[in-house]
Design a protein around this ligand. Sequence first.
Ligand code: SAM
Length: 492
Amino acid sequence: MALYVTAAEILEKAERKQGALKTLVYDSKFPNIKQLFALVCETQKFSSVLQEIIESTKLLKLTKLKMPLAKVLLYDLLIGQGLKCGGAWKANMMKHRPRLQAELARMKVRRKVSRNEDLLPAGSPADQLPRYVRVNTLKTTVGDAVDYLKREGFSYLGQAVRLDNLTLKNKDFLLDLHLPEVLAFPPNTDFHDHFLYKAGHIILQDKASCLPAHLLHPPPGSHVIDACAAPGNKTSHLAAIMKNRGRLFAFDLDGKRLSTMSTLLLRAGVSCHQLANRDFLTVDPDDPQYKDVEYILLDPSCSGSGMVCLRDRSPADQEEEKARLAALASFQLRCLNHSLRFPRLKRLVYSTCSIHSQENEEVVAACLQQNPDFRLVPLLAQWPERGLEPLSQCLRASTTKTLTHGFFVAMLEKVSDCRGIKKKPAVPVSEAELVPPAPSSDAKIPEATEENSDGSDAEEMLTSAVGEINDSSNKKRKRKRKRKKKKATKAE
Ligand code: SAM
C-alpha cells in the first residue's frame, strides 16, 4: 500500500513542479528507494497510455481512486510485475481487470503494435536509447559475459565501429566502440531479473556515466577519492579499474543513499573502498590519511537535466529554475575548488548529468580561473560531442549525438605534473594574482543537495565565466604590463 501511496504522491508533486522526480523519490524516505524509483519512472513514462485507459474505462468513477494512484496501480496491474498490495485496492482493481486488459489490447490493435513499449509516444528519446550494460571486471570478463549471453539466445555482433551500429533490434548486442567494458542492447532490454545483474557481474549503467571512471583511470594501488559517491556506480567502476588494489575513499552526505551503496558495492565485489557519511566540503585535504590521494572523481549533485526519464514534461517556473541552477553551480564550484586542495592531486574528473552550461563549462571555467596551476586535459579525440567553446577539451553527451543520456565530463590535471613541460593552459588562466581568491572551503556552508544549496560568493565568479574569460584576461594582461612599467620606472 505504502509503495503506491508514496508513488502517487510523488507523481502529483512532480506534476505540480514541486521538485525533480529523483529528488522527490529520495526525499520520501521510502525504505525501498529502488523499487519506488522504478515504479515512478515507469508510470511517468507510460502516463499518456495509462490515462487513456483510465478515461475510456471510466476507472476513476468506478473505483473512486484519484488519477495518480489509479495510474500507479494500473501500471503494475497491466504493464509492471503485478500488484504488490492486498486489501480493497487490489480487490477493486482485480474486479475491473478484464475490461482494463481489453482496453489495452484494443489500443494495441488500433495502433497495429504488439508490445506495450510500442504504445509509447513516438520520439520519446528514452525509448530509443540502447540499453547499456557495464561488465564488472571484478567478477567476470567481457568474453565470459558475452559467451553467457550468447548461450541465452542473444546474438553477438562484435564491436561497434560506428555510432549508428548501436541502433539494435531483437536479441542483437555488441561491444561499444568507445568503452571497452560496455555492451549495448536494444532499447528497453530488461536485465533487472537477470542472473548476471543479480550476481553483480553486470552493472546497468548508461554509457555516458561510465566515462568519468574510464577517463580518470587510476592505476591499481593508487589512492583515490570519490567525493559525492552514492549510489556508487562510478565507485564500483573505479574499483574495477584499480583491480581492487589501493585505497578508494568514498564520501556522501546522504546516509540512506550510502547504505544502498554499501549493498551494491558488496554485490559488485568491491573491497578497496572506505565509505564515509560526510560532507565532502568538510573533509580536510591536509589530513595525513589523504596524503597520497592523486586522483579524484567529483560527480556532485546537479539538476539531472540530462536524464531523459527525469526531464520535466513542461517548463518549470523560469525564475525558480534560474535560482536553483545558480545555487547548484555555486555548490559544484565549491566542491571543485575544495578537491584541488588535496596536496598530491594529479588528476580530477568532474562530471554532471546536466545539460546546462551553467553547471558544466561555466563551473569548470571559473575553477580554472581560480586555480591557475590546473589545466584541462583533452579527452577522447574520437568522441563526437565536445564541451561548448572554448572548453572543447571536455566531453558532452546527448540522446541525439552520442545515443546516451545528457552528460558532461571534464578532466583537470596539475600543470606541474606534466613532466616539467609547461604547456599552454586550456583556457587563459595566467596572472592569477589579479583573480579574486577562491572562496575558502573551510567556511561553514549550509547543506548542499540537488535542491538545496547556498548561492554564495563563488556564484558571482561563475556568471558567464566562459564568455568573459578571454576579455578579462586581456584586461589583466594590460594591467600587469602597466605595473611592470611602473616598477621599472621606479627602479631607474
Ligand atoms: N557518483 C554517483 C554514482 O555514480 O552513483 C552519483 C552521485 S549523485 C549525482 C550526487 C551525490 O552527491 C548524491 O548522492 C548526494 O547525496 C551527494 N552529495 C550532495 N552534497 C554532498 C556533499 N556536500 N558531500 C558529499 N556528498 C554530497
